[in-house]
Design a protein around this ligand. Structure first.
Ligand code: KIV
Ligand code: NA
Length: 270
């Protein structure tokens, strides 16, 4: 399999090939995800919940992200993998200034990340431009942004009201203009996610609980393996159902994303 690069992601988007993304937090799971054909491995700050047992991602530090990014990068490197490695900038690591964001992004790039993800719109646009101008590929993230769950008042669908939907579209276009390669849309009505996907010219949308109209999909690995200590989100499918191995579950996920059978009418956030 050829290396997945930003160029390859743009080509997939242009040709309508769905992009399959999974989170991973350690070397072995990352290498298995890659072997199953996952296009991008995301070291998400969801590790605060699934690895550390916290109730939100807010407490995750840059040093913790660096450590897990390095673990995943080493797993991918040892197995001559193809997947592109994306790492989350955690809460507080990019909020003060463009300079702080750049320094934090460099820490993750030096640990082996090939793209940096950061949550939010509006004030983040100048940060995204600052990073992309300096050669750091960026994945933006709109809709339900878990780092600001306190301000949002819970984990719930975003962009239902017309003015919220308009704002999200404006933010998406601005993030694309600032150079974002990918845009995660989390817990967004399918119609809005599709419409944003259509309006963007180069930036590929990656949905989670955002319907099937996005350019790609992402799930938290533990969730799609049916491992959740709390209540499983409605938009998750357990890919261990019918699989005989974890690698089989990953392969089933990739196949379902590529053929467009995940998500279906049952896997939505609303
Ligand atoms: O942290 C994470 O795992 C994420 C994805 C769910 C998009 O941000
Ligand atoms: Na995240």
């Amino acid at each position: 399999r050829k290396k997945v690069t930003v160029t390859r992601l743009a080509q997939m988007r242009a040709e309508g090939e769905k992009i399959a993304v999974l989170t991973a937090y350690d070397a072995t799971f990352a290498a298995f995800a890659d072997a199953a054909g996952v296009d991008c491995v995301l070291v998400g700050d969801s590790l605060g919940m699934v690895c550390q047992g916290r109730s939100s991602t807010v407490s995750v530090t840059l040093e913790e992200m660096r450590y897990h990014t390095q673990c995943v990068a080493q797993g991918l490197e040892r197995h001559a993998s193809s997947a592109l490695l994306i790492a989350d900038l955690p809460y507080g690591s990019f909020h003060q200034s463009r300079e702080q964001a750049f320094a934090s992004a460099v820490v993750l790039m030096q640990a082996g990340a090939q793209m940096i993800k950061l949550e939010g719109g509006g004030w983040t646009v100048e940060i995204v431009a600052f990073l992309t101008e300096r050669g750091i590929p960026v994945c933006a993230h709109l809709g339900l942004t878990p780092q600001t769950v306190a301000a949002l008042g819970g984990y719930k669908v975003q962009g239902r009201l017309p003015e919220e939907a308009r704002q999200m579209k404006t933010d998406a276009l601005a993030l694309e203009a600032a150079g974002a390669s990918l845009l995660v849309l989390e817990m967004v009505p399918a119609e809005l996610a599709s419409s944003i996907t259509q309006e963007l010219k180069t930036c590929a949308t990656i949905g989670i609980g955002a319907g099937s109209g996005t350019a790609g999909q992402v799930l938290v690995m533990h969730d799609m393996l049916g491992m959740n200590l709390g209540r499983m989100a409605k938009f998750v499918r357990n890919f261990m159902d019918g699989a005989t191995s974890i690698e089989g579950a990953f392969a089933a996920y990739v196949a379902a994303v590529k053929e467009g059978s995940f998500p279906d009418d049952k896997q939505h956030a609303w």
